[in-house]
Design a protein around this ligand. Structure first.
Ligand code: SIN
Length: 492
């Protein structure tokens, strides 16, 4: 049951500290700072934790696991439902905290808190549906299969969704009966700390959910090599995901990797143009282009290309860019100076190779880390923005002639997370649904993410799925129990 402790608003600063075993750890005097990317002002100073804290956190997970895994599923479900209630009760504070550390417009941050809460509710419901099976193996034997929690989980989450990427991992882990040590991104740890405090208030026992941050390589090394950790789950770049997977190999941990994408968004001549423009905006410009499922390459068929480019550019030019906490905004800052520089480099490289800017193309006057929402035409596969994730507010348009060319272009990358297509032809729908080499396809819509979707990729975009009924399986082991039957009279 939810306790009567104060809500986040009443002691917001106290409730943005790391937690090990239910308490804020002391640290050794070193600190790191958290900055608001819209203003570049420091908003918090946090104790810098490292390997020793990570080892303590994992040990406390191991101790707490003994009791947590034995609780009735219904009890774990009730605690998760109480956590869900507290997240929604504190929605406005959590959204403001999220915008302050991450920069996304306040309305998007509110949407992310709802998205984060949806995973907690979904997996509270799934906790009670962890069914096993009985297999009639032979006349004298039955095989029973039961599902058990994997054990202690190490998790590392990114800065682009400081709340939702946490609950998408932690809620199924807790529902399954696992315990978790989480390291959120050092750029955006405050939402993670606040969520962990609310989890404690909801009745999650000390040691079941620890959150630490600071020396990322040192903490990462413990979470990927300590033999106590049975399962490791990561969301972030493909390069870092490969490194962490290799580290996990030494103790053969189970791993889930939700890594980078290079999503194609394909607009065919027969598409409804308004739907395609809205879908492209929803996909490309969500979180100022900083999501792994953002459309990175917009492929447009020749017959609709010019009308689509004009309509998209008109909508993009009208975006309100600014500090998400001040008035209505559609686009926020990039997360860091390096992120802004990458966007500038991609635009520069594309223009150098023949692309033309239809709108935007420069830094934005709203602040040091802002870039103008940009539409480019004349993009081609040799450009950097075709080969790497731009992770910023740049929509490059590639012109194509026919479906075969579009499919080949869409699949011509080592990434395979998401793809989008806009068409009214049902035969084409099936050809693309089956032919696109990705884990998720959006047809005639630009937002595919929800708690109901098995989120994840193929190729170098990752391993495993998060969300949906499949998400809890990542935190469960199958155990086969073979039962010998007594001889049955009259049967040889
Ligand atoms: C991500 O960018 O890592 C996740 C995006 C989503 O959940 O939609």
């Amino acid at each position: 049951m939810a306790s009567t402790r104060p809500s986040l608003a009443e002691d917001v600063v106290l409730r943005t500290t790391p937690i090990i075993d239910g308490l804020p750890p002391a640290g050794k005097g070193c600190v790191f700072t958290v900055t608001n990317p819209a203003t570049t002002q420091t908003i918090a100073t946090i104790p810098l934790l490292g390997a020793e804290a990570a080892e303590r956190a994992v040990a406390s997970n191991a101790a707490a696991l003994q009791e947590w895994r034995k609780r009735a599923a219904a009890e774990r479900a009730d605690i998760l439902l109480a956590w869900h209630g507290l997240i929604l009760q504190n929605r406005e504070d959590l959204a403001r905290l999220l915008t302050s550390e991450q920069g996304k417009p306040l309305n998007e941050a509110r949407g992310e808190i709802d998205y984060a809460a949806s995973f907690v509710r979904w997996f509270a419901e799934e906790a009670r549906r962890v069914y096993g099976e009985i297999i009639p193996a032979a006349r004298e034997r039955r095989v029973m299969v039961i599902k058990q929690p994997v054990g202690v989980v190490g998790a590392i989450t990114p800065w682009n969704f400081p709340a939702a990427m946490i609950t998408r991992k932690v809620a199924p882990a807790l529902a399954a009966g696992c315990t978790v040590t989480l390291k959120p991104a050092e750029l955006t740890p405050l939402s993670a700390f606040a969520l962990a405090h609310l989890a404690l208030d909801a009745g999650v026992p000390p040691g079941v959910f620890n959150v630490i941050a600071g020396d990322a390589p040192a903490i990462g090394s413990v979470l990927t090599s300590d033999p106590t950790v049975a399962k490791f789950t990561f969301t972030g770049s493909t390069a870092v995901g490969k490194l962490l997977t290799a580290q996990c190999a030494t103790t053969l941990k189970r791993v889930s990797m939700e890594l980078g994408g290079n999503a194609p968004l394909i607009v065919f001549d027969d598409a409804d143009i308004d739907t395609a423009v809205e879908g492209a905006i929803a996909s490309k410009f969500r979180n100022t282009g900083q999501t792994c499922v953002c459309a990175n390459r917009i492929l447009v068929q020749s017959g609709i290309h010019d009308r689509f480019a004009e309509a998209l550019a008109a909508r993009v030019a009208a975006f309100r860019v600014g500090n998400g906490l001040e008035g209505e905004t559609d686009q926020g800052p990039l997360i860091t100076a390096a992120a802004l520089q990458k966007v500038r480099d991609h635009v520069g490289d594309a223009v150098g190779r023949g692309a033309r800017i239809v709108t935007g193309g420069e830094r934005h006057e709203a602040g040091e880390l802002f870039h103008q929402p940009t539409v480019l035409i004349g993009a081609n596969p040799d450009m950097r923005l075709a080969q790497e994730e731009t992770f910023g507010p740049v929509a490059p348009l590639f012109r194509f002639a026919n479906e075969g060319e579009a499919l080949a272009l869409a699949n011509s990358t080592r990434s395979g997370l998401a793809a989008y297509a806009f068409t009214r032809d049902m035969d084409r729908f099936w050809r693309l649904a089956e032919g696109l080499e990705v884990g998720m396809v959006g047809f005639n819509n630009g937002i595919i993410s929800s708690e109901t979707v098995p989120f994840g990729g193929v190729k170098e975009s990752g391993l495993g799925r998060e969300g949906s009924r499949h998400g809890i399986d990542e935190f469960l082991e199958l155990k086969a129990i073979s039962l010998g039957l007594p001889p049955q009279p009259g049967i040889e």
